[in-house]
Write a new protein. Structure first.
Ligand SMILES: Nc1nc2c(ncn2[C@@H]2O[C@H](COP(=O)(O)OP(=O)(O)OP(=O)(O)O)[C@@H](O)[C@H]2O)c(=O)[nH]1
Ligand SMILES: [Mg+2]
Length: 861
């Protein structure tokens, strides 16, 4: 017998529960189908649901039909409870999408469709209410054009129309003249097409045929051998026992099994309100277990991984008003149980104000919450005025940098933040070479980017629709710990946002109003005032339909007003319609009163180290202090950190050596202050160290043909094949170190002559000059001229491959250094630096303890 988990999804009132009851009845699982309208539906068994005639909680029922043993999961269709529906998707083998024939595809149908499509869940369509006057098969099929995908009507099945959707089917049809059940099932499983049936759940028309089709085509579930389960829901039973609803995806789950360090005490197999107890559950079973306290909706148990977070998010936040004299703390604990069942409530208890806030999808959910608190604990809660949940994004590309280096910690991160597509959320990539930062650190950084919501700097709202690319980073071989990169990453994001052009986004609803013809004028006027985008009202006899979009903020509780002036005859449907730039950003930001620099949870500043202690550097000063040069603006010279102490008796000060060393190898120790103190037996500069440069006439200049060297040195050449900019940055770095140690002027020349309208540029990085030639000027030409000019007063060496500089040498008396000889020289210098520093940095006895507070204060000033 094949086991399958089938989710029943639809827009509110399409008839999901009625269809589920009809299927259960047809399969003989219940003796008589309940009626939602009579308050006796098998599945809508909660008091609240019976009162309101809508489904609020997803529920399960079991049926066996033919060769199929199915767990049906009925879901709520109201957009306020969409999060409950979304949670169920994790455990589905397939879905039934119910459409009301007369109404066709609604905005919420499209929201659900996007979720089903993105998870590639095979879906069967049941087009319901075909008994109603105005139901038209052709019109219903046409309305499916609003959904992406191929649809094949199965009531009048034409094999050709299925074969047109899929190559494998087409081949089979051409070869054999027909399509087998197996191939059709396979094509449905691959979502090559979506089969559709028609009928009336209420009148039991077409239900048996539909059930038969499910038994034929629904994909069965086979799990792995290793114990695994996926949690999709948490509830509490009448006695307060916590129920973990899950689908077993592998192995066997038994009562008294330990899972995640907790013991399963009961396995319940629910069907409607009732359950039977089982000793074990096998792959494909959907059960509720007791005894577990840790798992949440979306948790994976055993070999099963956790699910990614929810797509549908609440758009409003409310303060919960507690009755007078109520123990706020205790009430918060009770409400926390509701948050366990619906994590999307994002219930937050503020110790400071002794208040609770929740996030909600809409008005109906708010009323349900109020009623639930009353039913469960006799707690009479109210709600303050709702506030909009904003989002934030950016309009330009910036480089955010974060450095985290308290004593014996080290991490530096450079992130490029750029605007993403609307609705894309946060996406990540890496453009950082593994030569710069090890792959594992890179992965860790990207995990930190994605592991939580990041607060924007306008109002502290979550940042979205931003692409974050890892540009560079640095770890310390000894001192970097996992948490250091988390700090550096979070700070880099905030530092980037502080510089960016930030945009406040507000939520919109997709709306549909069904109303009497006579109320259309009023509705159109109201919607106009709300700043809604609506289409021309469509009329159909006495009723009219208006569809469009409206900002959540301006809709408020218009439901009430609408119900009043349509005398209860109008229906107003909303579904999340995404976010768009706020119409009045300035006043929204002002009224939020958020100060990003005072948000201690989300600091944009960095922590650097001096005198063996960490100190805070304000975000705007951070770029000039970073140990790796900027990736977006490599031309900007990096200003050296203020040197804590100086020894002037060496050609190169320790600080400079330190900077050189760090650019080359990463920092080797954190007790920088210690390293900087003069030491008696420190030993002097290494023997191979070049003599101090002569001043004035006779000073030696080194001219380097940049690209020539890049293509001649193996390591740089390899890098240049994937990323020429990185290779150039790397050479600049190497030359800075070489120059810093040699203390002779170095001029590094890059051809830019192909750059249209290039005016050429020159930048000084300490004693290193980086030249980009003008349009129509090659590096050769530049070097030739420079060698000639400089050669008049100084000695000049030119590092290049042997391509051309003969002329220069002849003409100016400059000395040519072939690329490989130059490489040997540079390597020698870098080795010397390393040896010198390692020798010089033998640890001292511990330095006197500094008061970190006064120290930090001083450094900030
Ligand atoms: N005429 C007719 N009415 C139907 C049919 N199926 C359901 N209804 C009615 O439509 C209304 C909604 O039915 P439900 O089964 O509660 O719809 P639902 O999709 O479960 O609704 P929610 O769970 O609240 O989203 C009820 O009044 C049903 O009696 C049908 O085939 N024909
Ligand atoms: Mg229902």
């Amino acid at each position: 017998m094949k086991r399958t988990v089938i989710g029943i999804l639809a827009h509110v009132d399409a008839g999901k529960t009625t269809l589920s009851e009809a299927m259960l009845y047809t399969a003989g699982a219940i003796r008589s189908p309940g009626r939602v309208d009579h308050g006796d539906a098998f599945l809508d068994h909660f008091e609240l649901e019976r009162q309101r005639g809508i489904t609020i909680f997803s529920k399960q029922a079991l049926l066996e039909y033919g060769d199929m043993r199915a767990a049906l999961l009925d879901t709520p269709g109201h957009a306020d409870f969409a999060a409950e529906t979304e949670r169920v998707l994790d455990v589905l083998d397939c879905a039934v999408l119910v459409l009301s024939g007369p109404a066709g595809v609604q905005s919420h149908t499209r929201t659900l469709w996007r979720l089903l499509r993105s998870r590639r869940i095979p879906t069967f369509l049941f087009i319901n209410k075909m008994d109603q006057p105005g139901a038209d098969r052709a019109a219903a099929l046409r309305s499916l054009e609003r959904l992406e995908g191929a649809f094949v009507p199965m009531d009048e099945f034409d094999p050709e129309s299925a074969a047109m959707c899929d190559e494998a089917l087409l081949e089979e049809l051409l070869d054999t003249g027909s399509l087998s059940d197996g191939s059709l099932a396979d094509a449905i499983r691959r979502c090559a097409f979506y089969p559709c049936w028609f009928g009336s759940a209420l009148k039991m028309q077409g239900v048996e045929a539909f059930l038969r089709a499910l038994a034929r085509f629904a994909p069965g579930f086979t799990g792995g051998a290793e114990t695994a389960a996926k949690v999709y829901k948490i509830t509490h039973d009448d006695r307060g026992a916590r129920l973990t609803h899950l689908k077993v995806t592998g192995g066997v789950l038994r009562v008294r099994d330990m899972i995640g360090g907790e013991k399963i005490t009961q396995i319940r197999v629910y069907s409607g309100a009732r359950f039977t107890q089982a000793e074990e559950a096998v792959p494909g079973d959907v059960v509720a277990v007791t005894g577990l306290t840790k798992p949440k909706a979306g948790s994976g148990l055993g070999a099963e991984p956790d699910s990614p977070g929810a797509v549908l998010e609440p758009v409003l936040t409310y303060t919960v008003l507690l009755p007078e004299g109520c123990d706020a703390h205790r009430a918060a604990m009770q409400l926390a149980q509701l948050n366990e069942e619906d994590p999307q409530l994002h219930l937050i208890w503020s110790e400071a104000s002794q208040t609770v806030s929740v996030q909600l999808m809409g008005q109906v959910q708010l009323e349900v919450l109020r009623q639930t608190a009353l039913d469960r604990w006799g707690l009479e809660i109210g709600f303050g005025a709702g506030r909009i949940l904003y989002r934030e994004t950016i309009r330009n590309t910036v480089e955010g940098v974060g450095h985290y280096e308290p004593l014996r910690h080290y991490a530096e991160v450079h992130l490029i933040l750029s605007p993403g597509e609307p609705g894309s959320g946060i996406t990540v990539s890496s453009q950082c070479s593994e030569d710069v930062l090890d792959r594992n650190w890179q992965r860790l950084i990207l995990t930190h980017v994605l592991e939580r919501q990041h607060a924007g700097v306008l109002t502290g709202s979550p940042v979205t629709d931003v692409h974050i690319s890892l540009a560079a980073g640095r770890a310390h071989p000894k001192h970097t710990e996992g948490g250091d990169f988390r700090q550096a990453t979070y700070r880099a994001i905030r530092q980037g946002l502080m510089q960016a052009d930030n945009v406040l986004l507000e939520p919109w609803y997709d709306i549909r109003l069904e109303l009497p013809q006579s109320a259309v004028g009023r509705a159109v006027t109201d919607l106009g005032q709300m700043g809604a985008d609506t289409a021309q009202p469509e009329t159909d006899g006495e009723t009219a339909v208006i569809t469009g979009r409206v900002p959540v903020a301006s809709l408020g509780d218009y439901h009430r007003e609408f119900t009043a002036y349509t005398h209860g005859e109008g229906r107003l449907y909303c579904s999340p319609g995404g976010y768009a730039p706020c119409r009045d950003q300035e006043s929204a930001v002002a009224s939020a009163g958020y100060d990003p620099e005072a948000d201690v949870e989300n600091p944009p500043d960095s922590v650097f180290c001096a005198h063996g202690a960490g100190y805070i550097v304000k975000w705007y000063d951070v770029p000039s202090m970073m140990h790796i040069p900027s990736v977006l603006h490599p031309e900007k010279p990096r200003e050296e950190a203020p040197a804590p102490r100086r020894r002037v008796d060496a050609a190169v000060s320790d600080d400079e050596l330190m900077a050189i060393f760090e650019r080359t190898y990463g920092p080797i120790r954190h007790d920088r202050g210690r390293a900087m103190r003069p030491r008696e037996k420190r030993g002097d500069a290494p023997a191979s160290r070049p003599p101090r440069p002569r001043q004035g006439d006779g000073m030696e200049y080194v001219l380097v043909d940049g690209y020539n060297i890049i293509f001649a040195w193996e390591e740089l050449k390899k890098l240049s094949e994937t990323d020429l900019d990185a290779a150039r940055a790397r050479l600049i770095n190497i030359m800075r170190n070489y120059q810093g140690f040699r203390q002779c002027p170095v001029i590094l020349v890059f051809d830019a002559y192909k750059v249209k309208d290039g005016t050429g540029s020159m930048e000084k990085l300490g004693g290193l000059t980086v030249v980009y030639t003008k349009e129509a000027e090659t590096a050769d030409m530049y070097i030739e001229k420079a060698a000639y000019d400089l050669g008049k007063k100084h000695s000049v060496r030119v590092a290049t491959s042997d391509r051309m500089e003969q002329l220069i040498i002849l003409g100016s008396g400059a000395l040519r250094v072939p690329a490989d000889a130059f490489k040997a020289e540079v390597d020698g210098v870098l080795r010397d630096i390393r040896a010198f520093l390692e020798k010089a940095w033998q640890p001292d006895p511990l330095p006197p303890v500094q008061n970190p507070v006064t120290h930090r204060k001083k450094d900030v000033e």
